[in-house]
Design a protein around this ligand. Structure first.
Ligand SMILES: C[S@@+](CC[C@H](N)C(=O)[O-])C[C@H]1O[C@@H](n2cnc3c(N)ncnc32)[C@H](O)[C@@H]1O
Length: 260
């Protein structure tokens, strides 16, 4: 049964500066608005990877399974590349950025990225999309880039990424989308194996992976399972709480693997 907030399509705004819902030696989950400078200031300076899936500005409303409320910030009124530029300023020099749903042309200048690449997530099965079209959507695009900003010196650097992907990989990643098995917790939940592949390619153990639009927390779960640390922000309290539960479960699994 849906809650009264679901029925009213309401999302309760987080407090100014956000609220830390969970903190451990590996993870921080904040219920907050990632556009607020007070929230951005909480991410450690010189973190190692920005990996995020912001709202697409398309007023996406799922018609599948549970009747989800509209995604916060998805009505086209937020300039997401400009918001992410604030997060990219605290990224360590020459480190990597992955952003779902926005092109290199939209992101390169605000985020101060060097040459970008498009990665395709092949979902393996076709979604519903516009049934009047003969082609159904079965993929999403992810922009990869290397930061050319040096936050310590407040300026641009000319170097290319010092941490190149250790093994060059093809730009199409095929992973079944999470709801394909009938389980659905978030309307645009990303599969953990997909996020793990991106994180594994661009970080080493104990690096800090940041997602300011965390949703159900898949980025953070993948980071923990890969032995990295994570810092997540999510606006919708119910998704932020879901991310906390998933992060705790991932930490238990990671502990068991480490102890085996
Ligand atoms: C496309 S979804 C991310 C889904 C996520 N990758 C996952 O696997 O579940 C975008 C998320 O950004 C959140 N969001 C929207 N505006 C936000 C804001 N100002 N601050 C933080 N999160 C925000 C939405 O509530 C939504 O959960």
């Amino acid at each position: 049964m849906s809650s009264p907030a679901d029925q009213l399509d309401l999302v309760v705004a987080p407090p100014l500066g956000g609220q830390v819902l969970y903190q451990s030696d590996r993870a921080t989950v904040i219920w907050g608005d990632c556009r607020q400078p007070e929230v951005i200031a909480q991410v450690p300076l010189d973190y190692d990877l920005l990996c995020t899936d912001p709202p697409y500005g398309v007023s996406y409303k799922s018609s599948y399974g549970r009747n989800f409320a509209a995604i916060e910030g998805d009505d086209g009124t937020v300039d997401w590349p400009a918001v992410l530029s604030q997060w990219a300023r605290r990224l360590r020099a020459s480190r990597h950025v992955y952003v779902f749903g926005y092109t290199g042309a939209q992101l390169a200048e605000p985020l101060c990225l060097g040459p970008t690449a498009e990665i395709i997530w092949d979902k393996a099965i076709t979604g519903m999309g516009d049934l009047a079209q003969p082609w159904g959507p079965a993929h999403e695009a992810i922009t990869f880039g290397v930061s050319t900003l040096n936050p310590r010196h407040g300026g641009k650097i000319a170097r290319k990424g010092a941490l190149a992907a250790r093994m060059r990989q093809g730009s199409v990643i095929r992973v079944l989308r999470p709801n394909a098995g009938g389980v659905r917790r978030h309307p645009t939940e990303k599969p953990v194996p997909l996020m793990a592949q991106l994180i594994e390619s661009s970080t080493v153990r104990r690096d800090l992976v940041v997602d300011p639009c965390a949703g159900s927390g898949s980025t953070g779960v993948a980071a923990i399972l890969e032995g990295r640390h994570t810092f997540l922000v999510e606006y919708d309290r119910s998704y932020a709480e879901l991310a906390v539960e998933r992060i705790k479960a991932a930490e238990k699994i990671a502990d068991r693997i480490a102890a085996a």
